[in-house]
Design a protein around this ligand. Structure first.
Ligand SMILES: Nc1ncnc2c1ncn2[C@@H]1O[C@H](COP(=O)(O)OP(=O)(O)OP(=O)(O)O)[C@@H](O)[C@H]1O
Length: 212
């Protein structure tokens, strides 16, 4: 069964179409790259897939189940879209601990392990308001992966990361792919796309065109 099916999906804002009659399926266990110019609709696509916004028309199915108001947010998705809201006066660890309470799936050890995997020190007491941009990006990555999510929707996951952090996160994503995760990434860096993605779609004329 396909992971994501988008059937005749259209979405626009204020009369401007972003997607028109999009028909596409995404399968499990791929690393999908979504590319396209600024404003072409990459983030909007991710927001539709994870139920943050609804299309104007069309149907989205996740693992065969149609999304609707009652069945909206797919479980087991790890997501980075826009900058997540944090409790600015708490440390990174405290923020993740708070987020982990929502699903109660993981405890302290898993949070600490995930922080180390993305290159954050779990014992660091620095408040998130004093984090650098790169540290905030690692925190966002951490919340996306820490519950062993099956599907990752990562909008610009390499933003603000230094060279060695980029390499670390690339190898983390390749490891997760080996563990049968499905990953969607957007990036304006062609090297990230070339090194990681098993399939690449470009947003072209309100549709997705397979280019690799
Ligand atoms: N909530 C909204 N209200 C109005 N317009 C929106 C909204 N969300 C997105 N848009 C518009 O939809 C278009 C696509 O936006 P989106 O953020 O998906 O682009 P993108 O491809 O991710 O761009 P970038 O490469 O700059 O990140 C843009 O023109 C944007 O202004």
């Amino acid at each position: 069964m396909s992971l994501v099916e988008m059937i005749n999906v259209s979405k626009g804002f204020k009369g401007i179409n972003i997607f028109e009659d999009l028909n596409i399926t995404f399968e499990k266990e791929e690393i999908y790259g979504i590319v396209g110019p600024n404003g072409s609709g990459k983030s909007v696509l991710f927001k539709i897939i994870c139920g943050f916004i609804f299309p104007d028309s069309g149907v989205i199915k996740i693992n065969g189940n149609e999304m609707n108001l009652k069945n909206r947010f797919p479980t087991n998705f790890g997501i980075i879209i826009d900058r997540p809201g944090y409790l600015e006066d708490k440390s990174g660890y405290e923020n993740l601990e708070y987020l982990a309470l929502i699903r109660k799936k993981i405890g302290k050890d898993e949070i600490k392990t995930a922080m180390e995997r993305v290159g954050l020190d779990p014992n660091l007491k620095t408040k998130v308001k004093n984090y650098s941009l790169g540290m905030k990006q690692k925190l966002a990555l951490c919340q996306a992966i820490m519950e062993d999510q099956d599907v990752l929707l990562l909008d610009e996951p390499f933003n603000a990361l230094d060279k060695s952090s980029v390499e670390n996160i690339r190898s983390l994503l390749l490891d997760l792919h080996k563990q049968n995760k499905t990953i969607f990434i957007t990036s304006h860096n062609q090297m990230d796309i070339d090194l990681l993605c098993t399939k690449v779609y470009e947003i072209d004329n309100q549709k997705l065109k397979l280019i690799v």
